[in-house]
Design a protein around this ligand. Sequence first.
Ligand code: TA6
Length: 277
Amino acid sequence: SEAIPDYPVFVIQHPACTARIALHGAHVMEWAPSGHSPVLYLSPQALLEPGKPIRGGIPVCWPWFGPHPSDESKPMHGFARTRPWKLMEASESEEGVKMSFVLCSDPSTHELWPHEFEAHVTVILGAKLDVSLQTINKSGTELLVADALHTYLTVGDIGQVTVKGLADAEYLDTVGERTMRHQTGDITFDREVDRQYVSTGTVKVEDPALGRTLSIEKAGSQTTVVWNPWIEKSKRLGDLPDEAYLQFLCVEAANAGEAVVRIAPGAANTLQTVISL
Ligand code: TA6
């Protein structure tokens, strides 16, 4: 782990990949499959401090997405990404490294979300990156959960990127007046994009500047969020360099908007994303 007190970071050096994972938020910060440059984007100004979200990698947004539905004093994107998790398992094989983390309800979470739960994050790091977020309902009533694996992908030049796999999907456009729209053709970028697509399919990110195409497969996800802050929002975000919008794109396996997940007492639900070249 690195030399930040009370903030363990696991450094993975494996023949199949290198990676870094913070115990804080069970947060995959970086991943680079062998022979390739980093696939996840991590802001050089990312805050690595208790209580603060990390700008980049894969923030775990849970048990709500975006602002809290009824109490704006509560943290953006839930509370899973801003507190320490517990490491449950770490194992290595020829294919790669598997680590699993758990967050259990306690009095501090009850203040934010008055329910009993276990949340598990399982990460398999190798030539692919497989991240899953499981919610177990330990309470006596049905849980409503919105969630996202808020994946920041490195791109060479956002102006040359094309996102395939969402043509003909409906989406909630949250830039300006929140409006439902229909996606015609592939997605390209010449402005702020912040959209919640109603889609369960695989997304491809074509990045000619880096000469590669990333594949984002998912399971247990009714929503695909696509976000690039563009120029003005990049400037407003203090933990992001002004020019950073050129080098990253978020493609997030999620259950957001109308797509909350209903979990019966004692039942479980899993959201999964698999990233590959
Ligand atoms: O990814 C979609 C989004 O909700 C954007 O609206 C933007 O706010 C982004 O998440 C980042 O949120 P954060 O709280 O991490 O700054």
